[in-house]
Design a protein around this ligand. Structure first.
Ligand code: CDT
Length: 316
């Protein structure tokens, strides 16, 4: 009989982080959340995208030093060390989103919106750098707020790797990535059983598509529930929620099962932990039947997915 592989996993939603809030204070909040996850019997906790700071791409910076101050050059570092120690003490691994500055031997700098998987020995066993960067590379005149991820971050250069972790296969993505089916399928093709992700999603998006709160939340869950079901994977999604520096971000952090059902959801827009028992084999049935990739995928008809970016209308 197949071994039951069951993990207790948590999502740690975070309330707003002020522009003036020190990393020291933010890490204190995160440690409290990790302790709560541990009390709930968890061995893995997911923190949001850019968890250590406010969502800094909402501003345009004249001063390069100020911009670079939001980035981490080393991980772990003097601020985050305590998180890594906590993982060891509590036997609780984690997913952490942060801004990463990488400098090569010639002093050339690259900037990434990054997430890592940390195990219960306090070791980084996986890294992902956000690929679908939303927003603009120049400030938008007259906008209520900026979203300058395209200006401040390089497109991730690690692909969508999956990792053997805690007895299962784990993948990662970050915020806007979750809206793209390609991400889920590339992870699905590596047999992921858990996808961890963090997000910062303004309630009112600047394209005017989601003026209604309901629609922002609906789209948030829609894409993740579809990704879960179509690839037979658990999804653990952590928001940075609430009104941060005047911008309202949705919460709705959740745990989604491989059937696409939401089995746990945060009720607040503040620091909050939810936990679920997650049978890593629960997606097997889906992956062996309706989404048996080997049996049903027809790759000779999927070429445009990788050869073409924009839509080309038929010319008849
Ligand atoms: N952080 C992030 O990726 N947020 C986007 C919204 C961007 S609106 C310009 C998201 O997909 O939620």
């Amino acid at each position: 009989m197949a071994l039951r592989r069951v993990l207790n996993v948590s999502v740690a939603q975070m309330g707003p982080v002020a522009r003036s809030e020190s990393r020291h204070k933010v890490v204190n909040r995160m440690i409290k959340l990790m302790e709560e996850a541990h009390q709930q019997g968890s061995s893995f906790v997911v923190f949001p995208e850019l968890a250590l700071t406010t969502f800094f791409p909402r501003w345009d910076y004249d001063d390069n030093d100020e911009l670079e101050s939001w980035f981490e050059v080393n991980m772990p570092n003097a601020y985050t060390n305590r998180l890594f120690e906590c993982a060891v003490q509590l036997g609780c691994g984690f997913y952490l989103g942060y801004a990463e500055l990488e400098e090569d031997s010639l002093g050339r700098k690259q900037f990434f919106n990054t997430s890592i998987l940390v195990d219960t020995k306090g070791c980084i066993i996986g890294k992902y750098r956000k690929i679908h960067l939303p927003g603009t590379d120049e400030p938008v005149t007259g906008a209520s707020h900026q979203h300058l991820e395209k200006k401040y971050f390089d497109v991730g250069n690690l692909g969508f790797p999956a990792f053997n972790f805690q007895g299962g296969v784990f993948g990662m993505c970050i915020c806007n990535d979750r809206r793209w089916p390609e991400v889920w399928r590339v992870l699905g093709l590596q047999g992921v059983e858990v996808v961890a992700l963090g997000y910062n999603t303004p309630m009112e998006n600047r394209y005017g598509l989601s003026k209604l709160t309901d629609l922002s939340m609906f789209h948030n869950h829609l894409c993740m529930q579809a990704g879960a079901y179509q690839n037979g994977t658990w999804v653990l999604a952590a928001a940075k929620a609430g009104v941060e520096e005047g911008i309202h971000h949705i919460g709705g952090s959740c745990i989604i099962s491989p059937t696409g059902e939401i089995v746990g959801i945060c009720k607040s827009e503040d620091d909050e932990v939810i936990t679920a028992e997650c049978d890593l084999s629960e997606g097997d049935k889906i992956r062996e039947t309706i989404f048996n990739f080997e049996n049903h995928r027809q790759i000779k008809y999927y070429g445009s997915i990788t050869s073409q970016t924009g839509a080309l209308k038929p010319n008849n």
